[in-house]
Design a protein around this ligand. Structure first.
Ligand code: 5GP
Ligand code: ZN
Length: 139
């Protein structure tokens, strides 16, 4: 099995620009940033997707995401007028590195970055309610 590149970063075996690390998480600069200041936050342990990860790790991960996001907003010299959080699970959703990570992408007006949600027609309330109930049941 080929080595997980993000596990290698977490172990310090390959170089990365580390923003923050503790016993559960590592935050580091994305090597192909969408905009300057693009940070990835990952659990130190290998989980392939969000649904493989335990909630305790997930809660801590999100705490660090919130702190990094706030830091980006506070920084002088970095144009961070808004942010995107992005977390891809599985190849169908565009996940390239199969080790859970959350992207924090600084945005500024006219940066040319385009994230579009392809929205469809509005379903009727009955259909939305049926899905809401089914999802609640699945929880
Ligand atoms: P994904 O599509 O899996 O959500 O995103 C993977 C991200 O990891 C991409 O934005 C890519 O630029 C970044 N990435 C891939 N390999 C490396 C690497 O070796 N080092 C760092 N710092 N980032 C990487
Ligand atoms: Zn890994």
């Amino acid at each position: 099995m080929s080595k997980c590149i993000f596990c290698e970063i977490a172990a310090g075996r390959i170089p990365a620009s580390i923003v923050y690390e503790d016993n559960m998480t590592v935050a580091f600069m994305d090597i192909h940033p969408v905009n300057p200041g693009h940070v990835l936050v990952m659990p130190r342990r290998h989980f392939e997707t969000l649904s493989d990860m335990d909630e305790t790790t997930g809660m801590h991960l999100f705490q660090i995401v919130m702190r990094v996001e706030q830091a980006l907003r506070n920084m002088e010299g970095l144009r961070c007028e808004g942010t995107h959080l992005l977390q891809n699970n599985n190849t169908a959703a565009g996940q390239d590195v199969p080790h859970v990570h959350i992207h924090i992408i600084p945005r500024f007006a006219d940066d040319g970055v385009q994230f579009h949600l392809r929205t469809g027609p509005t379903p009727d309330r009955e259909a939305l309610n049926a899905l809401a109930d089914a999802i609640e049941l699945a929880m």
